[in-house]
Each structure stands twice: as structure tokens, then as C-alpha cells.
Design a protein around this ligand. Structure first.
Ligand code: DC
Length: 223
């Protein structure tokens, strides 16, 4: 496909965004960017350096050096040159990411970096504000969602597969807390863009979600 295109996939935690977005990017031959991983790496930086509170996080927001690269079909995230791909997916890192992502100075820097990475490529980005802020002119915008319970079950299974057994109720409570934080912050709260297609994956397989997005993307690219 020669024409450059961009696809924005937003939605709440555990909706399957990263797996689905990665598969969509692969099928369409596009670059994939997991923007949540970047906020997670910033969260880790603040945690590692004992920095908390909006003012201090904002003051330090220019310090962490975040880079991403692709290897073995997966995104690797570097924080100050160190691969933190494994560390950023702990439940603590999730909550830290949610906190730092509410700080406008952090968002400004990450949005600029995300636009730089996507620039000049056909790209699929997943996050919370891709359609509303990072790529307002995206070729296709998708809001991928699922019920809290289904999302908690998926996350619970993922954690168990990674050897991190967390009680289901705890995973559900964390999802509900993160949904609330992400949707109620002042800076670019998570919301569906007006021109986004809403896809509820509660009763869909991953393959069905990918096929639905690829079909819409092909139509939007042709248009
Ligand atoms: O998609 P994720 O669960 O890896 O995201 C981690 C946190 O980062 C999430 O709580 C919300 C925040 N985030 C955001 O505010 N904007 C994005 N574009 C991506 C993630």
C-alpha cells in the first residue's frame, strides 16, 4: 500500500488494544506504536527516582529518555538506554503510568515524541488520546472497548500466564480505578473521538476484532 495512512486505536485498559493494533499493523504493513508503554516508562522513572506529586513530576518530566524499537514482533521500550519492557507491565507500573499520564507536562512531551515517531510512516498507534489529540486527522479512528469484567478476566489470565498470580477481584478493582483516573483527568481524558468507530470486543475473538478494523482501514485508505 503506497499511500501513507494512520490508524488511531483508543480505549480503556484491557480492551485488547495492543494485541489487536499490532496485528492490524502487521496486516497492513504499517509501523505500530504502543503509546501506553511510553507513559509506563515515565512512571517507572518517577518511581525509581522517588518523585511523586504533580508539581515534582511536571518538573522532572523532561528528564527520562524514552526510546522504542521493534524486535521479534514486539515493541521494546528503553528508559535511559535500559530495556524496561518487562518491568513496565507490573500492576504497580500500571498505576504509576495512570498517575504520570494525568500531568500535562508529561503528556506534551509524549505527544510530541509520538508524532515524531509516526511522522512519515504508515502507522497504527494505540492509547487513550490518539484520535482526539495525537492524530486528529487519522485515516481511521477506532474506540476499542469491552466490559470491565471481561477486561479484568483477560488481564488476570495474562498476568497468570506471566507467572504473576493476582486475585481476580484485585485486577478488577485496578481496572475500575484506572478507567476512572484516565477518564476524569483534566489533561486529554480518555474519550471516544466523535468520528471514531466503536468496537466492543466483549463477545469477539481477537481475530474478529482485527478483521473488523482491517476491513474498515482498507476502505478508509481507498477513500
Ligand atoms: O495502554 P496502557 O494500559 O499501557 O496505558 C498505561 C497508562 O497510560 C494508562 O493508565 C493511561 C495512560 N495513557 C494515556 O494517558 N495516553 C495514552 N495515549 C496511552 C496511555
Amino acid at each position: 500500500m503506497s499511500k501513507h495512512f494512520t490508524i488511531a486505536i483508543d480505549g480503556p485498559a484491557g480492551a485488547g488494544k495492543s494485541t489487536v493494533a499490532q496485528a492490524v499493523a502487521r496486516e497492513l504493513g504499517a509501523v505500530y506504536l504502543d503509546t501506553g508503554a511510553m507513559y509506563r516508562a515515565v512512571g517507572l522513572y518517577m518511581q525509581d527516582h522517588g518523585i511523586s506529586g504533580t508539581e515534582r513530576i511536571a518538573g522532572a518530566s523532561g528528564k527520562p529518555q524514552i526510546e522504542v524499537y521493534f524486535a521479534g514482533g514486539a515493541q521494546h521500550t528503553l528508559l535511559d538506554g535500559v530495556d524496561v519492557t518487562d518491568r513496565i507491565h507490573s500492576p504497580e507500573a500500571s498505576l504509576m503510568a495512570s498517575k504520570v499520564s494525568a500531568v500535562p507536562a508529561v503528556r506534551e512531551r509524549m505527544v510530541a515524541l509520538q508524532r515524531e515517531i509516526a511522522h512519515g510512516h504508515s502507522a497504527v498507534l494505540d492509547g487513550r488520546d490518539i484520535g482526539t489529540c495525537v492524530l486528529p486527522d487519522a485515516t481511521l479512528k477506532v474506540f476499542l472497548t469491552a466490559s470491565c469484567e471481561v477486561r479484568a478476566e483477560r488481564r488476570h489470565r495474562q498476568l497468570a500466564a506471566a507467572g504473576k498470580d493476582e486475585p481476580y477481584e484485585k485486577v478488577l478493582a485496578e481496572i475500575v480505578e484506572r478507567d476512572f483516573n484516565d477518564a476524569h483527568r483534566d489533561a486529554s481524558p480518555m474519550r471516544q473521538a466523535e468520528d471514531a468507530v466503536r468496537i466492543d470486543t466483549s463477545d469477539m475473538t481477537e481475530e474478529q476484532a482485527v478483521a473488523a478494523i482491517v476491513a474498515r482501514a482498507k476502505a478508509a485508505i481507498k477513500a
